[in-house]
Design a binder for this molecule. Structure first.
Ligand code: ADP
Length: 349
């Protein structure tokens, strides 16, 4: 393998002279790639040469141990890309890890391959500090929230029918909402922090049963019937508690945003090696302009109504995060006034 710091226009023309126009556009493209604030490494179709831009050259001290490791790793992922295996890899340096370089490969039309290289160490560190902060603050808030709830409950019990008891009830409702938000924030922080730390074989039928079991009383309170239409047992690899939480959040929403006395249908199917869990309701539905954004943190379609139903705006962000951790995704189809269907898709084994 030849590690070329720079391949100039002359070297690019192998068996014929470049026209003036070709030469100019090649120079322009090469200058643009050189100036990119992202590292770019290109491998020729025969795997014989690699070309890197200036950003890559500044990433490591030349000939250092990490530099050699980096070149070997990029060489290997680019060779994979030449065979059609493109994707994203994190290269970690140091033990414990002190530097992470993200490498994304793309196959080029002429049979070559390109790797986009980015030092994500700083970004990962900021993410970790943010997640840590949210987890710590949520944890700290739990104790005073618990104490306020308890005191409000005592006040209600002691004050009978008085105005003060009514005020205490409002305090209790607000604190309960605050508690739900803190719990969801803590859940999300935990999922972000731990990632997919457990990888066990999970029976999907049990995941559905457990999630439905958790929502039975909430559904009963609204006279909503949860119907599990089809629940064949399949296996997926992942974290059982996280999957129960994801499915539970979808059922929770379906119940919350449905009218009194309606039906929520759950169906599990297998399609192209994936397990699809769909949760369908005939509730309020979501307008098209909101559909794309409902998976964002704290996004609520109708703030007032969502608050009224006890929403935190974090449920679907949690579902999406769990789906992505399991190599899957979550999607939604919906029509206002007709209902919504959320589908969780996870690779099956
Ligand atoms: P929330 O805790 O507010 O329910 P989510 O993240 O779970 O937060 O959902 C985001 C928003 O998406 C909700 O506020 C609601 O407006 C909308 N939404 C979610 N699920 C449904 C559903 N099944 N039917 C109608 N709207 C929904």
């Amino acid at each position: 393998m030849a590690w070329l710091k720079r391949k100039d226009a002359d070297a690019a023309s192998t068996d014929r002279q470049l026209s003036e126009e070709e030469f100019q556009s090649l120079t322009r493209i090469s200058a643009a790639v050189e100036a990119l604030p992202l590292g770019v490494v290109i491998m020729s179709a025969d795997g014989a040469t690699m070309w890197s831009n200036a950003e890559v050259d500044t990433m490591f001290t030349p000939q250092s141990e990490d530099h050699v490791l980096f070149i070997d790793s990029v060489d290997s992922v680019l060779r994979d890309a030449l065979k059609g295996n493109v994707g994203q890899t994190d290269l970690e340096f140091g033990d414990p890890v002190i530097r992470t370089i993200e490498v994304s490969t793309i196959a080029l039309g002429d049979g070559g391959a390109v790797a986009v290289v980015e030092d994500v160490t700083q970004r990962l560190m900021i993410d970790r500090v943010r997640t840590d902060f949210v987890a710590n603050i949520s944890h700290e808030l739990r104790t005073p929230i618990g104490a306020i709830s308890l005191m409000a409950e005592n006040l209600i019990a002691e004050m009978g029918e008085s105005e003060s008891a009514r005020l205490a009830e409002i305090i209790l409702n607000e604190v309960t909402r605050l508690n739900e938000t803190v719990n969801d924030l803590l859940d999300l922080a935990k999922i972000e922090f731990d990632g997919l730390s457990k990888r066990e074989s999970i029976h999907t039928a049990r995941v559905i049963d457990e999630a439905v079991g958790r929502l039975r009383s909430a559904a009963l309170a609204k006279s909503v019937m949860i119907v599990v239409e089809d629940n064949p047992d399949m296996s997926v690899i992942g974290d059982r508690a996280q999957l129960v939480s994801a499915v539970g959040n979808l059922i929770d929403n379906a119940v919350k945003y449905s009218k009194q006395g309606s039906i929520v249908k759950i169906e599990v199917t297998r399609e192209d090696g994936r397990m699809l869990i769909s949760v369908a309701d005939n509730g309020s539905g979501i307008a098209p302009e909101h559909l794309r954004r409902v998976f964002e943190r704290f996004y609520r379609v109708d703030d007032a109504r969502s608050r009224g139903t006890g929403g935190t705006g974090l449920g679907l962000a949690i579902v999406r995060h769990i789906a992505l951790l399991h190599g899957g995704d979550v999607s939604v189809t919906s029509e206002v006034g007709v209902g919504s269907t959320f589908t969780l898709s996870i690779p099956a084994v």
